[in-house]
Every structure is written in C-alpha cells, then in structure tokens.
Design a protein around this ligand. Structure first.
Ligand SMILES: O=C(O)CCC(=O)C(=O)O
Length: 260
C-alpha cells in the first residue's frame, strides 16, 4: 500500500492529499532546467497571457524533453494515482502553469472535470489533477486555492465556458455558487516548498489570483485519468486531450536524474 487508510480518508473528505517533498531538490532542479530548455524550443503547445507576452501554460513537455517523459511515468505519482483511482492510469494532459512574476494572471473558480466532460466526453469524474510545485508557493505569489470538500458536490452544472482562441476552455462557476461552497467548506491556499505534490480530485473547485510578486510560481499539473474512464470524444489537439489510453508502466524511482 502506498497511501495509508487515513490518507485515503482525507482524500475522500477533502478531495486533496498533500505529499510534502515528494521530489528532492536535485529532481526539482532537473525539472526546472528541462523546462528552460523546453521554453527555448518554440513549440506550438504554449499559451501566452491574454494581456502581454508572458508565458501562461506549456502543454505536453513530456513529448519534447526526456526529463518530462520520465516524469510522465514516475512511480511516485503513478502508484498513488492508481490507488486513488482504483484503476490503471494514463495522462489526459500534462501542463506547466508558469505564473510569471508580476504578469502571471489568475484563474477564475472552476472544476477541471467540467472541461474534460464538456470538451472530451469524459464520462465519470474518475481522474486527478496532480500539482507538483517547481517553486516555493507562498501566500504572496498567486498560489492555487481550493474549496476543501467541494468535490463531494459532484459536477456542478452552473458553469459557463470561457474559451480562448487557442481552444483552451475553463468552465467558470458563478459567484453565488462559490459563496455557497465557501460558506460550507472554507478556502485553502496550497502553499509549500518546491518538490511538494498535491493530489486533487478532478471535481475539487479551485482557482487562483494574479502573481503580483517578483517571484516565479511554476506548477506542473499531471492530469491523469483511469484507463476504464477513457474519453469518448477525442478530437482536441493531443496536448489538450491525449487519445492514447495505454496504461502507464512506472519507470525506476531515479528516472528523473538518469533521463538526461
Ligand atoms: O495554477 C493555477 O494557479 C491555477 C490553475 C488551474 O486552475 C488549472 O490549471 O485548472
């Protein structure tokens, strides 16, 4: 067993499991260095902020760099994910949210499952967002914020698609819904040191504010799905919605440091 019963009970209750220091400082450095190389490649799967040129999202780094290919099969997230989803897993999308110093814009409150259901025909919320901090996340640099326990409301159908010209869609929830959910569950900022990982239920309501600090705030999101819940309407760009549902076979534990 990877996660003990009390950790699994926390996931059921809060929709969140935090694993501090899941990746070591050397592994974080390898991921940061590899990200700098990916940014220099001029790949098409990047999205810039609506205002200005700062990078907002880098999709599919695992298709462009061996260190991210290794991360995409790393046992330290694959094994807990299999346990939480009770199935083999594949990656629906891997993206890096590079909330730039001063310019990194926020994210309105939403559930990620809403997008995957609406755009990709994901039939059940049997998927996870796994956030891996590449920088220390503090209250000041626009950390991810969640409403604990909000996943227990299921898919909240009160949303409106906010879709940009790149095909990126966020299913924004209305203010009244957020007020109601927060009155029930409160809010939590997911702060922690680089290397920490957050395993989140795909119906956990979350969002974040602008990064007006001079500090980087980079989070890798490995959004994985149960193989038995493979999407039914593949068709978006593969970096938004992977059409390959082959179960991941975990690599060796040191794969990030041997990948280069
Ligand atoms: O990284 C963030 O601040 C928020 C990201 C988010 O909400 C998302 O990618 O779905």
């Amino acid at each position: 067993m990877i996660l003990d019963d009390s950790t699994r009970a926390t996931f059921e209750r809060d929709g969140l499991v935090t694993l501090p220091g899941l990746f070591t400082p050397d592994e974080v450095d390898a991921l940061r260095f590899a990200l700098a190389e990916v940014k220099a490649m001029d790949i098409p799967s990047v999205i810039r902020e609506r205002a200005g040129q700062a990078l907002r999202l880098v999709y599919g780094a695992d298709k462009h760099h061996p260190v991210y290919a290794a991360l995409a099969a790393h046992p330290r997230w694959v094994l807990p994910a299999q346990q939480l989803l009770d199935d083999e897993v594949y990656i629906h999308q891997l993206r890096i949210n590079t909330k730039a110093p001063f310019d990194g814009d926020g994210w309105w409150w939403h559930q990620d499952y809403a997008t995957w259901r609406f755009e990709d025909g994901m039939m059940r919320p049997q998927a996870l967002m796994i956030g891996i901090l590449l920088d220390d996340c503090t209250p000041c640099n626009g950390p991810l914020q969640i409403i604990p326990g909000s996943h227990r409301h299921g898919h909240i159908d009160e949303n409106a698609p906010d879709r940009d010209q790149t095909g990126y869609t966020v299913m924004d929830l209305p203010r009244e819904t957020i007020s109601r959910l927060v009155a029930d569950g409160g809010m939590q900022a997911l702060t922690g040191s680089a290397g920490t990982a957050f395993f989140m239920h795909c119906n956990l309501v979350h969002g974040s504010g602008t990064n007006i600090s001079p500090d980087e705030r980079t989070i890798i999101y490995i959004n994985c799905n149960a193989v038995g819940n493979a999407i039914t309407r593949p068709g978006r760009a593969e970096y938004f919605a992977n059409p390959d549902f082959t179960p991941i076979r975990p690599m060796a534990d040191d794969c990030l440091l041997t990948a280069v």
